[in-house]
Write a protein that binds this ligand. Structure first.
Ligand SMILES: O=C1O[C@H](COP(=O)(O)O)[C@@H](O)[C@H](O)[C@H]1O
Length: 264
């Protein structure tokens, strides 16, 4: 972890038999965590991720008979990263999340906060779009009574992340400027090794404002990144290692992704 921030908790690692069980179990965990937070505080917030496992979890939430344990109208929805493409592009994390879940539950659209698209109000300017999203987060943080941690962002209740095979998380890629960002909450990311090349991403200070960070990943292609992150790799060369929540960090894995980190 960079700077002076330290976290006094070890990550929890939960290993499921395969990707389908992982998605169903993470969905159940998400429903019950958001319902608990709402029972305690009246409201909750979640930061969504794209990627295969992240969208599979939302699909499982939609299919769950318990999904309406969450009061969807009392939920703030944000994104941890976005592909900077037109709003209607199938690559967009927002579009995939809406199809998997958000179009099927009674969310309050005023509380759904997608990152800007490349044909949106900031046009094809990812730096302006990143600044625009940072302003949304800062305004919500002020409305909630103040920012949390180093970034001007709300204290997200649950923040979901995927993990790339090379160790990226959100759209913070290894040894990229985004991995070094210590002030801005949101950055434009260019020349990504994984297409599409231009993206928007929360930074480490913003990710770390979340109460709980859950890293979700499945498959053998993620095994090296998981082993390195859990083995103490530095966050610049392996960004997934730097994603930690204020009170909890939970790695939700299938056996294949966990295979080099944990021997059972
Ligand atoms: O491009 C992205 O990839 C990561 C990981 O996706 P996966 O399909 O390998 O699980 C995801 O977390 C991120 O949100 C997304 O933009």
């Amino acid at each position: 972890m960079s700077g002076t921030e330290t976290r006094d908790h070890e990550p929890t690692v939960v290993v499921h038999p395969d990707g389908d069980v992982l998605a169903a179990a993470a969905a159940a965990r998400l429903i019950s965590t958001l319902a608990d937070v709402q029972a305690r505080t009246g409201s909750a917030s979640v930061v969504l991720t794209g990627g295969g496992t992240g969208i599979a979890v939302l699909d499982q939430v939609r299919r769950s008979p318990a999904r309406d344990a969450v009061d969807w109208s009392n939920l703030d929805v944000y994104w941890g990263d976005e592909r900077f493409v037109p709003a209607d592009d199938d690559e967009r994390n927002e579009k995939q999340a809406r199809a998997a879940l958000l179009d099927h539950v009674a969310v309050d659209e005023a509380r759904v906060h997608p990152m800007p698209a490349s044909d949106g109000e900031f046009g094809d300017d990812p730096d302006a779009a990143a600044a625009g999203y940072a302003a949304v987060l800062a305004a919500d943080a002020r409305a909630a009574g103040g920012a949390t941690g180093a970034a001007q962002v709300p204290a997200f209740d649950v923040l979901l992340l995927g993990v790339g095979g090379e160790g990226h998380t959100a759209s913070i890629f290894p040894s990229s400027p985004a991995a070094e960002e210590s002030r801005a909450a949101v950055v434009a990311v260019r020349d990504c090794p994984k297409p599409p090349p231009t993206r928007l991403s929360l930074t480490f200070p913003a990710l770390r404002a979340a109460e709980q960070v859950w890293l979700l990943t499945a498959g053998e292609s993620k095994a090296d990144a998981v082993a390195l992150a859990l083995g103490g790799a530095d966050e610049i060369s392996l960004p997934a290692a730097g994603a930690q929540g204020r009170s909890r960090t939970v790695w939700l894995l299938d056996r294949a992704a966990a295979s080099r980190a944990i021997r059972r």
